[in-house]
Design a protein around this ligand. Structure first.
Ligand code: ZN
Length: 251
């Protein structure tokens, strides 16, 4: 079950351990007029209800006009460990590519979606959040920037855990380019809050992830054959800062 972590006076993380032992978390960013949840974890829970309770407990449930705050959901990508609670919201933001590729219409038929695009802003009143496209981990992968708080939410693409880079939803050919894009954006953020592994990372973690990825891509690390979920054979590349699960056939 998730436990709640207060990150600062208006940012929280819900954290849990998945059956494979990896840590997973999603984030709550509160603003004066609206509240934004980034990703929704792996369990099919009433995440919107959980966040509503949290805001009430914190005395932050009302917007500046005295009405109940709207609670929005934005996904970094469409993997199941980031969309578990999506069905508890009336709609969510995600890229059209991941909405289609990850079959989210079939999974959440009663929940609408808004296609996130490069530079799209979500305004929470006194806190501006913005989407940036960063394909690699998935075709429609995006990162979300808290422009006001100068925090980058990279989903899975910057982390100290093991990144899934196998299977049909991945596009490894774009990973390097996307990590270079995040490095170029480094004047926009002072810290990174990641969904797996260590939660709070410094901006240097982008370069560390890129160096690790290049090692795996160049075959500088000998892969270990491993079995995931009892059935799926993958290659595990241990690259120091983080690890990667890649296809046995085509890395
Ligand atoms: Zn993930």
């Amino acid at each position: 079950m998730y436990h709640l972590i207060r990150v600062d006076n208006r940012t929280w993380a819900y954290e849990d351990r998945m059956p494979d032992g990896d840590t997973v978390r999603f984030f709550v960013l509160d603003g004066q007029d609206k509240c934004l949840v980034i990703d929704s974890g792996y369990l099919p829970l009433d995440v919107k209800g959980m966040v509503s309770e949290l805001l009430k407990k914190e005395g932050r449930e009302l917007s500046s006009d005295g009405n109940h705050k709207e609670i929005l959901l934005a996904n970094t990508h469409g993997d199941m460990d980031h969309t578990g609670g999506n069905g508890s919201f009336p709609f969510f933001y995600i890229t059209e590519t991941d909405y289609e590729n990850c079959n989210l219409k079939e999974k959440f038929p009663d929940t609408g979606y808004i296609a996130a695009e490069e530079g799209m802003a979500i305004e929470l009143g006194d806190r501006i959040i913005r989407y940036y496209m960063a394909p690699g981990h998935t075709y429609g992968n995006a990162v979300i920037l808290d422009e006001t708080g100068r925090i980058l939410f990279p989903g899975d693409m910057v982390q100290t855990g093991t990144m899934f880079m196998f299977g049909e939803h991945r596009c490894p050919d774009h990973m390097e380019e996307s990590l270079l894009k995040l490095m170029k954006m480094q004047d926009l953020y002072g810290k990174i809050y990641s969904c797996h592994g260590k939660m709070i990372l410094s901006p240097d973690a982008v370069g560390e992830t890129l160096a690790a990825w290049r090692k795996a891509r160049a075959g500088q690390v000998k892969p270990e054959r491993t079995t995931l979920f009892g059935t799926v054979e993958v290659d595990l590349y241990r690259c120091g800062f983080c690890n990667f699960y890649c296809d046995v056939k085509n890395r």
